[in-house]
Design a protein around this ligand. Structure first.
Ligand code: ATR
Length: 270
């Protein structure tokens, strides 16, 4: 069996082994995919050991996506743009770093939620790793504009400058956001603390999609707030499924059908 793993700390809660087992069964690929716990200071050693044990590829989750970026011997353009790696391919001692998170987000919005992004106004909340990974895939959809808003405004300004050659992108403070948006994406970690980025209520309308990259059994506080303002809501479960499907495609050259995993909400079932 070809060996794959998700490497993180903690990692026991990861749904990736279940997703990849489902893809492998569907695509009749004989692979083994497991969760691999790396000690906080031994990510590189854990990767090397896995390569020596015959590992063909790995996903990387918190807190190692930046370290993975630095460890790779080559990077795809989308990993380069994201500044982080969530998918690695091992070829001999070479490590090729990729990032499927942003692509997973866009696939979930466009294909699964059926919302086109071309010509739309998009608001991206947050300027950390999760937000940064989403920018290039979002701009490739040619929205009318993409506004990045963050609590620390300098970080949003930096990202807007960095990606200015790829499309119509600007930055804003939460309170200064003007007008309504077709899509509002929460890429902050505020939901973990049950907090909501304080954007004006006027940003939402009944045609808005409010998307939280987080997912949990219950709608997140961000989704609950957006629903009160008549927005459609969606959590990050589909993004998780789609980034996994894209990683599977990178490794195995086959695109699994994700529809069953999207409807059978494994975040609830398992
Ligand atoms: P990740 O990799 O998940 O993006 P991160 O790089 O630590 O994690 O970034 C966290 C993001 O959530 C940042 O944009 C952060 O805002 P700051 O840059 O101002 O710190 C944002 N964030 C975290 N807690 C928040 C809160 N309670 N309200 C608003 N934004 C918050």
């Amino acid at each position: 069996l070809d060996q794959y793993a998700v490497i993180g700390n903690p990692v026991a809660h990861s749904k990736s082994p279940l997703l990849h087992a489902a893809f492998a069964a569907q695509c009749q690929q004989a692979i083994c995919y497991r969760a691999l716990l790396a000690p906080p200071d031994s990510f590189a050693a854990t990767v090397k050991q896995f390569i020596n044990d015959g590992g063909r590829g790995a996903n990387v989750t918190l807190p190692f996506k930046l370290e993975a970026f630095n460890l790779c011997t080559a990077l795809t353009p989308r990993a380069q743009a994201a500044g982080a790696v969530n998918t690695m391919c091992f070829e001999g001692q070479k490590i090729i770093g990729d990032n499927t998170d942003g692509c997973g987000l866009v696939s979930d919005i466009v294909r699964n939620a059926g919302v086109t992004l071309q010509g739309k106004r998009i608001l991206l909340l947050g300027a950390g790793g999760a937000a940064r990974g989403a920018i290039l895939p979002l701009l490739e959809c040619q929205p009318a504009e993409l506004i990045i808003a963050n609590r620390s405004i300098e970080k949003a300004q930096q990202l807007a400058e960095q990606f200015s050659s790829f499309g119509q992108i600007s930055s804003s403070e939460f309170a200064q956001i003007k007008g309504q948006f077709d899509v509002i994406i929460n890429a902050t970690s505020a939901s973990i603390a049950a907090q909501i980025p304080p954007i004006p209520d006027t940003a939402y309308n009944s045609n808005s999609l409010a998307y939280d990259m987080m997912y949990s059994d219950q709608p997140t506080v961000f989704m609950q707030h957006a629903a009160k303002h008549q927005a459609q809501t969606r959590d990050g479960w589909g993004m998780l499924v789609e980034q996994a499907a894209e990683a599977f495609y990178v490794w195995r050259g086959m695109r699994p059908d994700t529809s069953e995993l999207l409807t059978r909400n494994m975040s609830r079932a398992i």
